[in-house]
Ligand binder design. Sequence first.
Ligand SMILES: NC(=O)c1ccc[n+]([C@@H]2O[C@H](COP(=O)([O-])OP(=O)(O)OC[C@H]3O[C@@H](n4cnc5c(N)ncnc54)[C@H](OP(=O)(O)O)[C@@H]3O)[C@@H](O)[C@H]2O)c1
Length: 331
Amino acid sequence: MVPEQFRALVLEEGDGKPRASFRTLPLSALPEGDVLVQVVYSSLNYKDGLAITGKGKIIRSFPCVPGIDLAGTVVESASPEFKPGDQVVLTGWGIGERHWGGYSQMARVRSQWLVPLPEGFTLEQAMAVGTAGFTAMLCVMALEEHGINRDRPVVVTGAAGGVGSVAVALLARRGYHVVASTGRPELHDYLRRLGAAEFIDRQELATPSGRPLESERWGGAVDTVGGDTLASLLRAMSYGCSVASCGLAGGSHLNTTVFPFILRGVNLLGIDSVYCPMPRRREAWRRLAEELPADLLAEMTTVRGLSEILDLAEAITDGQIRGRVVIDVNR
Ligand SMILES: NC(=O)c1ccc[n+]([C@@H]2O[C@H](COP(=O)([O-])OP(=O)(O)OC[C@H]3O[C@@H](n4cnc5c(N)ncnc54)[C@H](OP(=O)(O)O)[C@@H]3O)[C@@H](O)[C@H]2O)c1
C-alpha cells in the first residue's frame, strides 16, 4: 500500500538561516521522478549540517527537503530497471540540495541515481556507510590507482569523523599502517579499534612551517580537512605518492608551492562523490560490502531519529560527531 501522506523535514528560505519545520505532506507535493521510494533510513553528513544550519549555501531552491542520502524500498516505478519491492540506495546527485532528499518518509527520484542495495548490506548498514563511507572508498580506490607506498605510514585527517572513520577502517583492513590525525585524544581508543596504529594531533598538521618541503613521511593520505592541513600533507609526501582531497572541515583555502609536484612527483587527487559515474559508484559499493567488516561498521555507527536532526546538524558542523549517524526517518 502506497501511503497517501508522509512526514518530512522542510527547509524554507529564512533570514541568514533556513527555517526548518516537520510537515505532513500529500504525495503530490513530491518533485518529479520515475521512481517512488518509501524511505527507511537516511544519514547525517557534514553537508547536511551545513544545509540545515545555514552555515554553508547548500540548498539551491526552497522549499527543500534536505538529506543527501537515502535507503528504502521502491513502491512505484516507471523505469524497467526497478520494480516495487526493490531495495535501493541513493547518495548524492544533488538530492538534499537541488532535489528533495532523504529526511522524509517518501522520495520521488530519478532511476539513474539509484543503486540496488549492495549484496551483504542491510538498508541500515548502507546508510551507516552513506555518502561519507562511499567517499572514503573513492579515496582508497584513487590512492591505489595513482600511487601509495605500503612501506610508509598512510595518514587520515579528521579521522574520528564520518569519512575519516571509514577510511581508517578500510585502509587498516588492506594492511596499511594507518596514522589517524584527530583533535580529540579521547577518541584514540575508538580509532585504535577501527585499526589506527598511530596518532598525530591535528594541530601539528595545521601549523604552517614556512618551508616548501619537509622530510618524506607519508606513503599516502586521505584528507577531509583541507586548508593548512592539506598544504602540510603535500610538503611531507613521499616520492610518487598521493593525497586524496575530499573535504574542507578545516578550510577551503590551499597555500602550497609546486615543489611537491615537480620535485617529488606527488599527486593531488580530487574526490567527488556527488556526480561519481554509475560504473565506478557500483564498484565502490560492491567493494564496501565486501571489505568493510560489519563489526567495525557497527562500532562507528549510532542510529538516531529524524526528530533529533536539528541538534545533530549543529553538532556535526561543530566537529562533535563521532563516526557515522544513521537517521531513522520514522522516529
Ligand atoms: N568530496 C566529497 O564528495 C565529499 C563527500 C563527503 C564528505 N565530504 C567532506 O569531507 C569532510 C568530512 O565530512 P564528514 O561527513 O566526515 O564530517 P564529520 O563527520 O564532521 O568529520 C569531520 C572531521 O574533521 C575534523 N574537524 C572538524 N573541524 C575541524 C577543524 N576546524 N580543523 C581540523 N579538523 C576539523 C574532526 O575530526 P577529529 O575530531 O578527528 O579531528 C571532524 O570529526 C567535510 O568537509 C565534507 O564536506 C566531501
